[in-house]
Write a protein that binds this ligand. Structure first.
Ligand SMILES: [Zn+2]
Length: 101
């Protein structure tokens, strides 16, 4: 049984959240803003690996054991789910916020 904090790292769950537009934390529909949690590197690349979250769920995740102290929150009204291409260094799908708030 995965805890909520580790579930956000589960690739199948991440994909399900992306396709169903549900929150990676509470599994309820996403509204606006959608919040992504990422390291400064992910923020700089605008490519996140954790699933989209509600604002409150994102804050909750950052307080849980296993949270990365460097995590930053980014709010957006929308995002693209980008699957890795064959020739790309990135081998995991990423989320790319497209209208930062
Ligand atoms: Zn939520």
């Amino acid at each position: 049984m995965l805890t909520e904090a580790s579930r956000v790292h589960d690739r199948r769950w991440v994909t399900q959240c992306a396709l169903s537009r549900i929150c990676g934390g509470c599994a309820m529909s996403l509204g606006r803003p959608v919040v992504f949690v990422g390291t400064p590197e992910e923020v700089a690349r605008n490519a996140f690996h954790l699933p989209p979250l509600h604002e409150g769920c994102a804050e909750e995740l950052c307080r849980q054991p296993g949270a990365d102290p460097r995590w930053e929150l980014v709010s957006t009204a929308g995002f693209e789910f980008v699957r890795p291409g064959r020739d790309e260094v990135e081998d995991r799908p990423t989320f790319q916020p497209n209208s930062l708030l």
